[in-house]
Design a protein around this ligand. Structure first.
Ligand SMILES: Cc1cc2nc3c(=O)[nH]c(=O)nc-3n(C[C@H](O)[C@H](O)[C@H](O)COP(=O)(O)O)c2cc1C
Length: 174
């Protein structure tokens, strides 16, 4: 089995955010997709260890900000390699609070959607949250960042908490 075959699955790069009482948090995720059109629902796959997981589980709401291709690696590093448990990731970031109370990133963002959780599937290390879209808006005309561009052009990597993480020793054929 050659797990690098899975690298050929296409994704975008997003910030999935949520709230808990008066606190907000968000993280990078590539696992975002539309599940149905009637009603409009989207799914996100979030690691149980992440603070964002705790916030979505409690508030039952989340937002997805679609990042643009030009998003710099420092910005991705802040939301994708650091936890809201250690620092306020939104400090100095341009954002607004949406109708669900979740923060929406207003910089580097092409579009956003907000959702209310209607289903949770336990996927072991992660939970697949399916949410009914209650708000959606385009913000900026720009090319959305893809997972492939992030890897090939930005030379970005995926941390352990990403569902697509493949340990080095498992990358080659067994
Ligand atoms: C390119 C990239 C893709 C990622 N995709 C996911 C994902 O789909 N799901 C997930 O749970 N974590 C994913 N992560 C990891 C989280 O962003 C990371 O664990 C983050 O620090 C969690 O922050 P939090 O504890 O503040 O919620 C990804 C990270 C990167 C850099």
């Amino acid at each position: 089995m050659n797990l690098t075959a899975l690298y050929n699955i296409s994704y975008g790069i997003y910030i999935v955010s949520s709230k808990k009482e008066d606190r907000i948090n968000g993280q990078i995720a590539n696992t975002v997709f539309q599940t149905t059109s009637e009603p409009t629902t989207i799914a996100v796959c979030i690691n149980k260890k992440n603070l964002t997981h705790e916030f979505i589980t409690e508030s039952k709401v989340f937002a997805v900000s679609v990042l643009e291709q030009e998003t710099d690696m420092k910005f991705i590093g802040r939301f994708g390699f650091k936890s809201g448990r250690d620092e306020d990731k939104f400090k100095g970031v341009n954002y607004k609070i949406g109708v669900t109370g979740s923060p929406i990133i207003m910089e580097n963002t092409v579009a956003y959607m907000e959702a209310e959780v209607v289903m949770e599937m336990d996927a072991g290390t992660h939970t697949l949250f399916v949410g009914k879209v209650v708000e959606a808006e385009n913000i900026k005309k720009a090319i959305p960042l893809t997972y492939d561009y992030y890897h090939q052009v930005n030379r970005g990597v995926s941390p352990k908490n990403a569902p697509t993480y493949i340990p080095k020793e498992e990358k080659s054929a067994k």
